[in-house]
Design a protein around this ligand. Structure first.
Ligand SMILES: Nc1ncnc2c1ncn2[C@@H]1O[C@H](COP(=O)(O)OP(=O)(O)OP(=O)(O)O)[C@@H](O)[C@H]1O
Ligand SMILES: [Mg+2]
Length: 361
């Protein structure tokens, strides 16, 4: 029997300011799993989290925690009766309480609670900070106290809304990894909101990609990156190259040969989409490139427009031989061919996506 999810949501809807801000969200999160709700600003991530926390009330939909309904058409359990931990960007510690008192705040008084607070402070590497006050701590240390405080009552579900965005870049990576380790040890189900693809890729077991109040794709980071559902999903994670095409007999012509466009009727306008880091470059050998292969398709000749050094990689921009298509390629390390250089480009077929052109019929 599959494990019962810690958190499950069905058909969640919220209308605000005359708009449907959350538009039918279904989601499950299992114990010990981190799901990232990822999407652009304003797509409804925080609103969704607020509904799950119970600080806002949905217009439709049902929420279960450990199989028990906590919100539904005629039910609204208050936040404190939902067994959740909350962490927001502006996590406020109580300034007049010590670190240990902050962590123990939500716990009943007694020796067991003191032990729990000390245990958590040790987990977040803050042993010895018990008697300090929040103003004596750095931003990163305060964030770790907030994490310990949220975890102290052993919530079965942790809701986190951009919890790392207040930290500077240098601190952030370390704290993310530490936080993840503590959450995994505790076996908490985590729903983490972020608008940063890199944060979601780093933290998530599963990414729920959100757009206009809906989840458009749910998958593990590898799968969402390598098998995006549409052009917007692909371009949310990196720059992409887009070549236009038209379907003839379930195929579409491109400078790189024909691509399969299964299930699309003749005449459908499509976008052939691939990431710059998946473009392979070969030198021109007396007007010829590498031989076509099943995996790489046909190579296409292109002229370097410009090449830029980006630090860890180089970005080379090309004009294809058709005279109008432009393609960018990123290459590890320093590779700065002169403008006008002829090179041959190929793309592994499994790194290319063919999508029906948005807005086209
Ligand atoms: N109380 C409200 N009244 C009217 N509109 C609201 C209200 N709260 C949120 N909205 C609108 O709902 C939309 C979604 O807001 P939400 O805060 O959920 O977005 P978000 O995905 O968390 O964005 P961000 O990444 O910027 O935090 C926004 O367009 C916002 O302006
Ligand atoms: Mg938000």
């Amino acid at each position: 029997m599959p494990l019962q999810p810690r958190l499950s949501i069905e058909g969640l809807v919220r209308n605000l300011g005359g708009r449907r801000v959350v538009d039918g969200i279904d989601l499950t999160v299992a114990a010990g799993q981190v799901t990232c709700l990822l999407g652009p600003s304003g797509c409804g991530k925080s609103t969704t989290l607020r509904l799950i926390a119970g600080v806002d009330r949905q217009d439709a939909g049902t929420i279960w925690m450990d199989g028990v309904q906590v919100a539904g058409p005629d039910l609204h359990r208050p936040p404190e009766a939902r067994g959740i931990g909350l962490m927001f960007q502006d996590f406020a510690l109580f300034p007049h309480l010590t670190v240990a008192q902050n962590v123990g705040f939500g716990l009943p008084r007694g020796a067991a609670s003191v032990a729990r607070a000390l245990e958590l402070l040790a987990r977040v590497n803050l042993s010895g900070y018990e008697e300090k006050y929040p103003h004596e701590l750095s931003g990163g240390e305060q964030q770790r106290v907030a994490l310990a405080r949220a975890l102290a009552p052993r919530p079965s579900i942790m809701l986190m809304d951009e919890p790392f965005s207040g930290l500077d870049d240098r601190l952030r990576d370390g704290i993310r990894d530490e936080t993840l380790a503590v959450l995994k040890e505790e076996g908490t189900a985590v729903l983490l909101v972020t608008h940063e693809p890199s944060e979601a890729m780093r933290m998530a077991d599963e990414i729920a990609l959100m757009r206009n109040g809906r989840i458009v794709q749910r998958a593990a980071p590898y799968n969402i990156y390598n098998a995006p559902v549409d052009l917007k999903a692909a371009s949310f994670f990196s720059d992409v190259n887009v070549l236009p095409g038209k379907v003839h007999g379930a195929l579409t012509d491109t400078p790189f040969g024909q691509f399969l466009a299964p299930g699309l009727p003749d005449g459908t306008e499509v976008d052939i989409v691939f990431r710059p880091q998946h473009v392979r470059l070969d030198f021109d050998r007396h007007g010829r490139g590498p031989n076509p292969t099943a995996a790489e398709g046909a190579p296409a000749r292109a002229t370097v427009l410009r090449a830029r050094f980006m630090g860890r990689e180089s970005l080379v921009e090309f004009l294809m031989d058709d005279g109008h298509s432009r393609v960018s390629a990123t290459v590890p390390a320093v590779f700065l061919p002169k403008p006008g250089t002829i090179l041959w480009l190929s793309i592994p077929r499994d790194r290319c996506f063919v999508f029906r052109r948005e807005g086209a019929v």
